[in-house]
Design a protein around this ligand. Structure first.
Ligand code: TYC
Length: 120
């Protein structure tokens, strides 16, 4: 004679909703799980050979800066050794670095760029 299996509930048990003093259903507070994505800054490095005008042009073209802003960033790089040209998602930052390096290579300049995570 076959042994009868205990009946399995078709719907899994759920917790009763939390209710306040007036018996209204209240939402439970959850700790925030979704963090904004890590952003990456594109840093351009100084060198002794790349012409200033070329760097200004690169910053204007690939980082969408006007002439004045691009000139300020270039001068900061020239004086400090490095400067942030823009902040992007990881993929976009990597593409910007590639664009800068390719333009510099084509023109025969040793200009270098890198991307790094933005510090919190
Ligand atoms: N130091 C370069 C010069 O004197 C100019 C320069 C600026 C080069 C910024 C690179 O990322 C750079 N010609």
């Amino acid at each position: 004679m076959p042994i009868k299996q205990p009946e399995k509930p078709l719907v899994p048990p759920t917790r009763l909703p939390l209710r306040d003093e007036g018996n209204s259903v209240v939402l439970e507070r959850r700790t925030q799980k979704v963090k904004p994505p890590q952003m990456y800054q594109v840093v351009v490095l100084n060198d002794d050979y790349t012409p200033m005008e070329f760097v200004v042009g690169v910053i204007q073209e690939f980082f969408n800066k006007d002439l004045e802003t691009a000139t300020q960033i270039m001068l900061k790089i020239h004086l400090d050794g490095r400067g942030v040209c823009g902040v992007y998602s990881k993929d976009v930052a990597a593409t910007k670095v590639d664009q800068v390096l390719e333009a510099a290579n084509k023109a025969g300049h040793p200009l270098k760029a890198l991307s790094e995570p933005v510090e919190l």
